[in-house]
Design a protein around this ligand. Structure first.
Ligand SMILES: Cc1cc2nc3c(=O)[nH]c(=O)nc-3n(C[C@H](O)[C@H](O)[C@H](O)COP(=O)(O)OP(=O)(O)OC[C@H]3O[C@@H](n4cnc5c(N)ncnc54)[C@H](O)[C@@H]3O)c2cc1C
Length: 531
């Protein structure tokens, strides 16, 4: 069963190797394991529902608790320290489109606010119950999860918006197709959530971002039903899909989405390449991206992330052997060495040609090719890593990530600026922060920077939030300084809202507000998020 106060399936644990624990203790000190509030304690805090009875609405405290938060750091603090004070008043699970319409009318009649809920994997405060006297209804898309139409001729598939990653891929693979969208939250996140939060999957280099895949669909709004045609391309005025992409539940509930699919690839390979230092590694990935080599992914870890990943891997004898071999090839992974995972997907001939060209470019920057073992290990564990967060928390460490996208000319500086800001953000408390970064989504003009930071958890939730706010603000200011986007893939929610104006301009923010107000004149849809 899915954990109510952590990440993932409660049958799956992540064991932190001795070397990883030792590394953390050395870098930021020992964590103090703390006791979480238990389920009964949390349920006791839930007040009576303010929503009137309705056959489609579940007002049970456990259901409301299970849909009360996402996966952001503030969400975790509230649910684990037991500080959560606001809960939705009910959760509805519509069985079809028509019931979504029924629920929006019920919400309008009862003056309820509505939050569309997909997989609940938001990491930026998209799902927070707003303050105020009005009741709050979650519309969970869980049951809108069927493959409705597979158009083999036009390579299009229409799904209910609540389908999650594994179910969507299973349905397509059974027919010889794939979508190829693999966010790290794949296990639980949904097609509707990907569209609403403008998601990007780990293999976006080959398959594109969700905006490349989303061909059209249907959104139920307080103003009416908005249908988006699925044309291959159009020059007929602004593309209206782009208003719905990134709408974060502020305009309506996406009930179904049609996506552009591909034939299952003939071959897929993931390899590892090690570079002597960051400067060489960054030049190599820029050149590979700009040369248009057919790849499905790259992930370049900086030196600290490389060391952390190798420590997390356990398997000390194997890793020591690897380190010795790399030293002979003049790459020191205990110091400046950087690991690149690189993926090739598609027809066999293209995989072969892409590999040859990419590895040739890497060699120019003294990249040492380590073949497939580490690349395959990455593929195998790609959805397992988030489980480490449960174990870290148990040991008394908080962990969060942030991401941006910048032009190539500032990638190195922006990464260093973000890392330094995070590393120093808790100096006032004499607390150290462990920070590391990778580049993971690549474009000809730039790439995304994805930074992870770990710090010790204090005794109470208020202090944990104060720590997190310092860190988040320090890093976000650097993102603004380097003219990066405040989010490359996680969206805006509540947490990124203060910084959005730097990217969109005041006029742009007004335009987004007007679009929301057009679909939702009374402001009932997910208020307080996005803008
Ligand atoms: C461990 C972890 C790893 C992650 N890795 C990635 C990653 O690699 N790439 C990435 O892009 N993101 C990642 N995320 C963030 C998150 O998974 C994405 O934002 C995802 O798109 C959210 O989908 P969801 O179905 O869980 O939506 P939810 O979290 O339920 O909702 C997110 C927002 O979308 C709205 N929404 C959801 N469904 C609908 C709908 N049908 N109609 C209208 N609005 C809707 C909600 O109201 C909310 O505002 C990660 C999160 C976690 C916890």
């Amino acid at each position: 069963m899915r954990r109510w106060n952590g990440w993932g399936d409660d049958k799956v644990d992540f064991h932190l190797s001795g070397s990883a624990q030792g590394m953390l203790e050395e870098l930021i000190g020992s964590g103090t394991p703390r006791e979480d509030v238990d389920l009964a304690g949390m349920l006791a805090k839930i007040p009576a529902s303010r929503l009137p009875d309705h056959p489609l609405v579940d007002r049970e405290p456990l259901t409301r608790l299970r849909h009360a938060v996402g996966q952001s750091f503030p969400d975790w603090v509230q649910i684990r320290y037991g500080d959560l004070r606001r809960f939705p008043d009910g959760v509805a699970f519509p069985n079809d489109d028509r019931e979504v319409g029924v629920l929006l009318r019920y919400a309008a009649e009862t003056e309820a606010r509505v939050i569309p809920y997909g997989g609940g994997t938001s990491v930026v405060g998209h799902l927070t119950t707003p303050k105020g006297d009005q009741p709050v209804l979650m519309i969970a898309t869980t049951r809108l999860n069927q493959l409705q139409k597979l158009d083999r001729r036009n390579y299009l598939a229409t799904f209910g918006a609540g389908v999650n990653g594994p179910d969507l891929e299973a349905a397509l693979r059974a027919e010889g197709f794939t979508l190829g969208h693999y966010p790290q939250s794949f296990e639980y996140s949904t097609l509707g959530g990907w569209v609403a939060a403008r998601s990007s999957g780990q293999q976006s280099l080959g398959y594109g971002r969700i905006e490349d895949m989303f061909a059209g669909g249907r959104m139920y709004t307080p103003t009416g039903i908005f249908d988006m045609n699925t044309l291959p391309a159009s020059a007929a005025g602004p593309d209206l899909r782009h208003m719905v992409l990134g709408s974060e539940g502020r305009m309506g509930v996406i009930s179904e989405a049609t996506v552009r699919i591909r034939r299952l690839p003939e071959a897929e390979r993931f390899h590892a390449v090690f570079f002597p230092d960051w400067t060489l590694a960054e030049q190599a990935v820029r050149e590979v991206s700009q040369a248009g080599v057919p790849l499905s992914m790259m992930r370049l870890s900086n030196a600290m992330e490389t060391q952390t990943n190798l420590a997390l891997a356990g398997k000390e004898r194997l890793i020591n052997g690897l380190k010795q071999y790399l030293e002979l090839r003049r790459v020191n992974v205990a110091d400046q060495g950087c690991m690149l995972i690189i993926g090739f997907t598609g027809a066999r001939a293209i995989v072969k040609a892409g590999r040859r060209k990419a590895l040739e470019l890497c060699r120019r920057y003294r990249g040492v090719h380590m073949y497939r073992m580490l690349g395959e290990a990455w593929r195998k564990n790609r959805f397992r890593t988030p489980y480490a967060r449960n174990e870290l928390w148990r040991l008394g460490y908080g962990v969060d990530t942030l991401e941006t996208c910048v032009h190539w000319d500032v990638v190195g500086e922006a990464m260093a600026g973000i890392e330094a800001a995070l590393r120093n953000a808790l100096n006032v408390e004499n607390e150290a922060v462990h920070v590391f970064t990778h580049l993971s989504h690549f474009y000809s003009s730039g790439c995304s920077i994805y930074t992870t930071y770990l710090f010790r958890l204090p005794a109470n939730g208020e202090a944990a939030m104060a720590r997190w706010r310092r860190l988040k603000e320090a890093a976000s200011e650097q993102i603004v300084k380097y003219r990066g986007t405040i989010s490359h893939q996680h969206g805006v929610g509540e947490d990124h809202q203060p910084y959005l104006v730097h990217e969109k301009t005041p006029l742009g923010i007004d335009l987004i507000k007007q679009n929301c107000a057009f679909f939702d004149p009374k402001g009932m849809m997910n208020p307080g998020k996005l803008v």
